[in-house]
Design a protein around this ligand. Structure first.
Ligand SMILES: Cc1cc2nc3c(=O)[nH]c(=O)nc-3n(C[C@H](O)[C@H](O)[C@H](O)COP(=O)(O)O)c2cc1C
Length: 404
């Protein structure tokens, strides 16, 4: 689906449309009302050989059948990807906030597949805090933003805002469609969130994990066609679409849930921040504030990752290492000692990345000896990167060692 919004660059959408048709895709064009002020629907109808959709309500046709009356749902279900070029400041705002007052914005809400957005606008509109905040929200949802280029704009300004080259937008579409079903046939077991270790019936020890990284992985893997089992500690996040969520509280419960759901898994991703220590005998009654000082003796919790490493079958084992220093050394050490195929290492403790943030800065230590660093990005973007690297790693590990 090619969405065309009402910007001066709408004429370039015709070039993108042609590029997509030439690459063999079936293209359904949807134009906003404003877009039709800039370019005729007929141009796209001629390029695609299909009727262009321009409005949610067909004008005064009382013979309307139900199937065409819910066209936005039908179109959303029949297609693999939505690309919007040019994406106006307005359509970005509507998508970010979930408004659905025309066909394109309604279609966006009804569509569950990958979304590519190629914004184009005046430099000040692009730099405006509102537009940037909307883009952040859309990136966090896993949508791919094809950044506008710097250059001379129609409004006379020089700066960022010019629509990216149509061929490079078509390249991003092709890349996204390649990922579309690349995890089909995989069963991905993911752990996420913190654990809570009770101290008495009303208190517990826990940590600052929000679960966002594990949930982003679950959402990305499900979108890419995997069967996903998400074993989750207590978090405040909605269940990722397409994943089966198994809620747990303690490290012990998480261990049992992991081993109870391991059958059939092809990838095991341990993104949870499992407590290292717990009180092995929890008092039946609330601890009273009587003594001047309270000492608690804590015992280690089960080391789920180490146990998985010892029992390793042919599934890919991916662990996480949250470190406050010596990232590479610690990640490589954990890769070895826990017998993992990959360690996702992230620096925690700063404000901008880590536990509660929507962003992260990670590096991957791979069994092949590689150590790959990634720039700061949204957890959802990094989730896709981790899954792509995991698939690649499996292909490499399947080759005989001397051919690697
Ligand atoms: C001549 C002209 C050029 C415009 N160019 C752009 C543009 O490049 N990017 C943009 O975000 N808005 C642009 N606008 C403003 C949009 O057309 C306006 O926000 C409109 O409501 C967008 O509607 P839509 O998002 O439903 O297509 C332009 C308006 C005019 C009159």
């Amino acid at each position: 689906m090619l969405g065309v919004a009402g910007g001066i660059a709408a004429y370039k959408a015709a070039e993108l449309c042609r590029a997509l048709v030439q690459r063999g895709y079936t293209v359904q064009v949807v134009m906003t009302k404003a877009a039709t002020e800039f370019i005729q629907p007929l141009t796209f109808a001629a390029l695609t050989g299909r009727k262009v959709v321009t409005s949610l309500f067909s004008s005064g046709n009382s013979e309307e059948t139900l199937s065409s009356a819910v066209e936005h749902i039908a179109i959303a279900q029949e297609h693999d990807l939505l690309v919007v070029a040019p994406a106006t400041a307005d359509i970005l705002a509507k998508f970010a906030h979930g408004l659905a007052d025309d066909f394109l914005s309604t279609l966006y809400l009804a569509f569950t597949g990958p979304v590519v957005l190629a914004p184009a606008m005046n430099t000040n509109m692009w730099r405006h805090a509102a537009t940037q905040a909307n883009l952040e929200a859309l990136r966090a949802r896993g949508h791919k933003i094809v950044e506008p280029e710097d250059g001379f704009l129609a409004c006379g300004m020089i700066g960022p805002g010019r629509l990216a080259d149509p061929e490079s937008i078509a390249d991003v579409v092709a890349e996204q469609l390649e990922h579309r079903h690349d995890l089909a046939g995989e069963t991905v077991l993911i752990t996420a969130g913190p654990t809570q270790e009770p101290l008495d019936p009303v208190r517990f020890i826990s940590n600052r994990s929000s679960g966002k990284m594990g949930y982003a992985l679950a959402e990305a893997a499900a979108e890419r066609g995997a069967r996903v089992i998400l074993i989750s500690g207590p978090v405040h996040l909605p269940a990722p679409r397409g994943a089966t969520v198994v809620p747990v509280k303690t490290a012990g419960e998480m261990r049992d849930a992991v081993f109870g759901n391991l059958r059939g898994a092809t990838m095991v991703i341990k993104a949870a921040a499992v407590a290292d220590f717990h009180l092995s005998t929890v008092p039946q009654q609330k601890i009273k504030k009587t003594a001047a000082r309270l000492s608690l003796e804590l015992d280690p919790t089960p080391d789920i990752l180490a146990e998985l490493g010892r029992d390793k079958k042919d599934w890919l084992l991916i662990g996480f290492a949250a470190e406050t220093e010596n990232l590479e050394r610690e990640a490589r050490r954990k890769l070895q000692t826990k017998n993992c195929d990959m360690i996702v290492a992230n620096l925690v403790g700063g404000d901008e990345s880590g536990f509660e943030s929507d962003h992260n800065e990670i590096a991957l230590a791979l069994k092949t000896g590689e150590f790959l660093r990634f720039p700061r990005a949204s957890k959802r973007e990094l989730a896709d990167e981790i899954l792509t690297q995991a698939l690649h790693l499996r292909h490499v590990l399947a080759e005989p060692a001397h051919e690697r």
